[in-house]
Design a protein around this ligand. Structure first.
Ligand SMILES: Cc1cc2nc3c(=O)[nH]c(=O)nc-3n(C[C@H](O)[C@H](O)[C@H](O)COP(=O)(O)OP(=O)(O)OC[C@H]3O[C@@H](n4cnc5c(N)ncnc54)[C@H](O)[C@@H]3O)c2cc1C
Length: 461
C-alpha cells in the first residue's frame, strides 16, 4: 500500500553558527566527545533535543556503568561526582561467570550539573531543546547540520560531525550503511525498558533478607550501612516473580528484575517491551504505555512480596523510554562477538573495556549478565563507510549484535566518545580527514589523559 505524502515547499535556512566540531546528542557519550574536542582547542557545538545532558545515564535513570571507568574524562567525572557526594565506591558484583568490577551508580541530578559544568568550562557551546533534523552533505562530505527549534530551522556548519545520537541518525541520513540489531532478516534487537525509582525503602531490612535469599543470585551487598546508599545491587527474584504472577494474575514481561541504590533511593529496572519499532512514533508511544502498566504491577510485587518495600512508594518514572539497540553502523571494521570476548588485539585500539556482557534476550526470557575478559575497541569501528567527516560514538558504533552487548555499556560508550572527540580535534588541527587521522597520535593523546588502550593493561576485571 502506498503511503500518502504531502509536498514540503523549499525554503532558505539561516546559518546560526560555524563550528570545528558538531556533536549530535548530549546523552551518555556526547558530552564526553564534546569536552575531549574542546579541551584540545576546537570550537565545539553540542546539540541535544532535551533540556539537560546525560541521556540514558541521567534522564533514563540508569545511573550505573556496568563496568569500571578506567581513566580519562569518564573517571574524572565520576571522581568529581564522588567528591560532591553524588557517587559511592566501586563494587564487585557477583555473576555466574565471576566478579565484575562496577563503578558506583551516580546521582543523575548531580551528573546533569557536572556534565554541563565541564562542557561550559571547556568552552563547548551547548544548544538545548534543539533537534538535529539531518546532516548536510556536499559531494560525499558532511559540512554541517540542519537543526529545528522554537526558532525554526537553522544551519550549523562544521568541519567534523560526531554522531552520538545513539541511533546513528546522522550517519543513516547521510546514507552511510548500517544494520538493524542482529543484522539478519529478523533484525532482532534487545528490548526497550523504562526505569523507575521507589522511595522509602528500608535498605537495611532488604539487604539482610537478600544476603540469604537464593532467588537473588547476582548481587553486591555492602557490609556497612553507609555503603547501602550507592552500593546495593540485586538481580534475580525469578521464582518470586513467577509465583506473584500466578497468584495475582498480574502479567509482567521479565523473568528477573534488577534493583540498585543511588543516593539511598531504589532504582528499578523491571519493565520490558519486545519487538518495538522505535522509529514509529505510534509504536514508541504504545511501548511507553505498556511500561507504565508494568510499573504499576512491579510496584505491587515489590510492596507485597519483597522485605523492605512495605512502606515504599513510587518516587519517579523516567521521562524517556530506554532503548537498548537499533542501528549499528557498518564501519571500516565491525567488532565481532569473539573480539568482544577479548580474543583480538587491535593496532588501532582507542579504548580497552572490561564491562559485563549484558544481553536481554530479544525473544523474552532471562538476562545474560556475565563477567568477561577485557577487550579492545579499534578506531575503525567509529568510522562509517561511504561518507566523509563523520565519526560515530556510543551504542551505535560498528559492532555486531553480540559485541554490542558489551560495547553498549556506558564505560565503552563514554570511551568511544572520548576517542572520537580527540580524533576530531586532531583531524581539524592537522588539516586531514577523520579517515586519514594518524591513529598513533590519537592513541598518544588518549594515553596522556590516562586512558588504557590495551586489554592486557586491565588487571581488575
Ligand atoms: C533500560 C536500559 C538499561 C541499561 N542498563 C545499563 C547498565 O546497567 N549499565 C550500563 O553500563 N549500560 C546500561 N545500558 C546501556 C547504556 O545505558 C546505553 O547504551 C548508553 O547509555 C547509550 O549512550 P549513548 O550516548 O549512545 O545514548 P544516549 O544516552 O541515549 O544519548 C543519546 C542522546 O542523543 C540525543 N539525541 C538523539 N537524537 C537526536 C537528534 N536527532 N537531535 C538532538 N539530540 C538527539 C538524545 O536525546 C540523547 O540525549 C542500559 C540501557 C537501557 C536502555
Amino acid at each position: 500500500m502506498n503511503t500518502p505524502h504531502i509536498q514540503e515547499a523549499a525554503r532558505d535556512i539561516p546559518v546560526l553558527m560555524q563550528a570545528d566540531v558538531v556533536v549530535v546528542g548530549g546523552g551518555t557519550t556526547g558530552p564526553i566527545a564534546a569536552i575531549a574536542a574542546a579541551r584540545r582547542g576546537c570550537k565545539v557545538v553540542l546539540i541535544e533535543r532535551f533540556g539537560s545532558l546525560g541521556g540514558v545515564l541521567t534522564l533514563g535513570l540508569n545511573t550505573k556503568p556496568s563496568g569500571s571507568l578506567l581513566g580519562g574524562i569518564p573517571l574524572e567525572i565520576w571522581n568529581l561526582a564522588r567528591s560532591a557526594g553524588g557517587a559511592g565506591a566501586d563494587y564487585m558484583a557477583t555473576t555466574k561467570t565471576g566478579g565484575v568490577k562496577i563503578a558506583s551508580p551516580a546521582d543523575p541530578e548531580i551528573m546533569k550539573m557536572l556534565l554541563t559544568r565541564l562542557c561550559v568550562e571547556a568552552g563547548v557551546q551547548i544548544l538545548f531543546e534543539t533537534f538535529v533534523s539531518s546532516p548536510y552533505v556536499e559531494n560525499g562530505t558532511i559540512t554541517g547540520v540542519v537543526i529545528e527549534s522554537k526558532a525554526g530551522r537553522q544551519f550549523v556548519g562544521t568541519q567534523v560531525l560526531i554522531d552520538c545520537s545513539a541511533d546513528a541518525d546522522m550517519a543513516a541520513k547521510a546514507h552511510a550503511p548500517f544494520v538493524m540489531g542482529s543484522g539478519d532478516a529478523q533484525a532482532t534487537m534487545q528490548p526497550v525498558s523504562m526505569y523507575f525509582v521507589m522511595k522509602n525503602v528500608d535498605l537495611v531490612r532488604l539487604a539482610d533478607w537478600a544476603r540469604t535469599c537464593d532467588d537473588v543470585p547476582a548481587r553486591a551487598i555492602p557490609h556497612d550501612e553507609a555503603g547501602l546508599a550507592y552500593g546495593l545491587w540485586l538481580t534475580g527474584f525469578n521464582g518470586m516473580l513467577r509465583r506473584f504472577q500466578e497468584e495475582t494474575g498480574v502479567k509482567l514481561q521479565r523473568d528477573n528484575i534488577t534493583l540498585k541504590t543511588t543516593d539511598g533511593q531504589m532504582y528499578v529496572n523491571a519493565t520490558r517491551v519486545l519487538g518495538v519499532d522505535v522509529f514509529s512514533p505510534k509504536q514508541f508511544t504504545d511501548a511507553i504505555l505498556e511500561c507504565y502498566r508494568q510499573i504499576e504491577g512491579v510496584c505491587r510485587f515489590l510492596k507485597e512480596r519483597v522485605p523492605g518495600f512495605e512502606q515504599a512508594r513510587l518516587g519517579q518514572v523516567s521521562p524517556i523510554l530506554g532503548v537498548r539497540e537499533t542501528r549499528h553502523i557498518l564501519g571500516e571494521y565491525t567488532l565481532t562477538g569473539p573480539d568482544s570476548r577479548g580474543e583480538t588485539r587491535f593496532e588501532d585500539s582507542i579504548a580497552a573495556d572490561s564491562s559485563a556482557l549484558d544481553i536481554h534476550d530479544p525473544k523474552g526470557g532471562d538476562v545474560d549478565f556475565q563477567s568477561m575478559p577485557p577487550y579492545e575497541i579499534p578506531y575503525r569501528c567509529l568510522l562509517p563507510q561511504g561518507v566523509e567527516q563523520i565519526l560515530v560514538a556510543g551504542r551505535c558504533i560498528s559492532a555486531d549484535h553480540e559485541a554490542h552487548a558489551r560495547s553498549r555499556n556506558m564505560p565503552a560508550c563514554m570511551a568511544t566518545g572520548q576517542a572520537a572527540g580527540v580524533a576530531a580535534a586532531i583531524a581539524v588541527q592537522d588539516g586531514v580527514t577523520v579517515r586519514q587521522v594518524p591513529v598513533a597520535k590519537v592513541q598518544a593523546a588518549l594515553r596522556a589523559i590516562g586512558m588504557p588502550l590495551r586489554a592486557s593493561e586491565i588487571t581488575e576485571a
